[in-house]
Write a protein that binds this ligand. Structure first.
Ligand code: ADP
Ligand code: MG
Length: 450
């Protein structure tokens, strides 16, 4: 069998066993470059794909090759030949403030509002985002007909915007006639408000209704915006009935968005809901490697491992760390060693702000449930207030090991028995209430990200 055929057969077999999204991510631009005696050499676009093929799919690939040609006993992977399709333009580096680096390689498209920098090609997939990525990929191949709406949620800096925009960019690539629009929710709200003010609401409506793929980012910001919600509800229905695709993101599941009209909530829940969790260590390293490669800098394994072990909850922060290290490399013409990296990243990594405090817990819980801190501290028995108050007590106990009398005092001078009861109640509900589990993990995520 010639090389090309051999590899095609491998791809055909592998494809059966893994998701389409993973297949596209890891096997794109791969080929057999040589076959000598019992060894096959496969070229891959970057060292990052190399690692994944070796570690994750190596056994399967060898098995398939061996079944096609008994002689083959070994597969080697080499980086090169085919290039990853990332812009090769050197990034324009500017130092706007306090030595922060900014890469301004790409321009946002005026028509679609999409930033071409966000693609599936440079979106790293791991266990924490596999499901939303696969759903997003499916939507981009068949907009309007698979998951509608697609609702992606997860904490700050974990890739929601990247993934949503990647869908948009992919749709444009595949269906050039489709009208795609990316809108941050605050912009949508501003659009509704100003078009009402200027008596142009009909115009606004018809513009929204001509869209084939509508991407609305951060819909938690629609909370409490009644007029905007109403307008969006009608737009949603109109598009949905015409089999137009709607894609939404939020920092929390629809159930946990406060002050959202029930009818809109049920629309949001009517398609596919997928959440992005925290990246595991391996994926964090993979992300760092992919991004170093984009910047064309070879950081040592040691340095990347250090960053991956110390920044765990936010991919944007991983990038921030790399930017600092890149700045050092640009100025000194050599990548930093571990000691230098540690000192460059000191205030990012050992930031004292990243620990939970009673004050922060109360502040974040109040914010999350769209309440004022003083509501939590009040003696109100309203359901909308009692539950958040119990959650705050639970977190004070669970995460800070605070004493019950202390917890009671912190929440507006309640008795310690109230704190005991609240803690127990939340603990028990967590066993069965999935939403509550989600809410608490999102709250924690925020506590640790500010
Ligand atoms: P969110 O919208 O969830 O706050 P973003 O989509 O803005 O997060 O992601 C923050 C940064 O991290 C972006 O620069 C994005 O490109 C990068 N990023 C997030 N997830 C990934 C991923 N899986 N692979 C590569 N880069 C990622
Ligand atoms: Mg975002």
């Amino acid at each position: 069998m010639v090389k090309e055929e051999l590899w095609q057969s491998v791809l055909a077999q592998v494809q059966l066993g893994i998701s389409q999204a993973n297949f596209a991510t890891w096997f794109k631009n791969t080929e057999i470059v040589s076959q000598e005696e019992n060894r096959v050499v496969v070229s891959v676009p970057n060292s990052f794909a190399k690692e994944w093929l070796e570690n994750k799919y190596g056994k399967t690939i060898l098995k398939v090759l061996h079944s096609l040609d008994e002689e083959i006993k070994e597969v080697k992977y080499t980086v090169g030949r085919t290039e990853l399709k990332i812009s090769k333009k050197a990034p324009v580096v500017s130092l706007p403030e306090a030595g922060q680096l900014e890469f301004q390689e790409f321009k946002v498209d005026k028509e679609t509002n999409l930033n071409p920098r966000y693609t599936f090609e440079n979106f790293v997939v791991g266990p924490f985002n596999e499901l939303p990525q696969a759903a997003a990929w499916a939507v981009s191949k068949n907009p309007g007909f698979v998951y509608n709406p697609l609702f992606v949620y997860g904490g700050v800096g974990l890739g929601k915007t990247h993934l949503l925009e990647a869908i948009g960019n992919e749709v444009i690539k595949n269906f050039s006639q489709k009208k795609v629009k990316y809108i941050p929710s605050e912009k949508f709200t501003a659009g509704v408000v100003s078009s009402i003010k200027n008596h142009e609401i009909e115009d606004f409506k018809s513009r929204c209704r001509s869209i084939d793929v509508l991407i609305l980012d951060d819909v938690q910001f629609l909370a409490g915006k009644e007029k905007t919600q109403e307008e969006f509800f009608h737009t949603f229905n109109y598009l949905y009935e015409k089999n137009k695709q709607i894609i939404l993101s939020s920092d929390r599941p629809p159930k946990a968005i406060p002050a959202l009209a029930e009818r809109l909530r049920s629309r949001f829940e009517g398609g596919m809901i997928a959440d992005i969790g925290y990246p595991d260590y391996e994926t964090r390293v993979a992300i760092l490697k992919a991004k170093s490669q984009e910047r064309e800098i070879d950081f040592s394994e040691e340095v990347l491992n250090y960053v991956a072990s110390n920044i765990q909850r936010n991919i944007r922060e991983l990038e921030g760390a790399l930017n600092r290290l890149s700045a050092y490399q640009k100025l000194n013409n050599k990548p930093p060693d571990l000691e230098i990296a540690k000192s460059l990243l000191k205030n990012l990594i050992l930031s004292p702000a990243k620990v939970a405090t009673p004050k922060k817990i109360i502040q974040v819980v109040a914010e999350f449930y769209d309440l004022k801190e003083r509501d939590l501290l009040s003696s109100s028995r309203k359901k909308e207030i009692v539950k958040p108050r119990q959650v705050a007590m639970y977190l004070l106990r669970e995460d800070l090991k605070s004493s019950y009398p202390f917890i009671g005092r912190k929440l507006g001078g309640k008795d310690h028995t109230t704190a005991i009861y609240s803690y127990g109640k939340v603990l028990k509900e967590l066993e069965t209430d999935e939403n509550l589990n989600d809410e608490i993990s999102l709250i924690r995520q925020r506590i640790f990200s500010i």
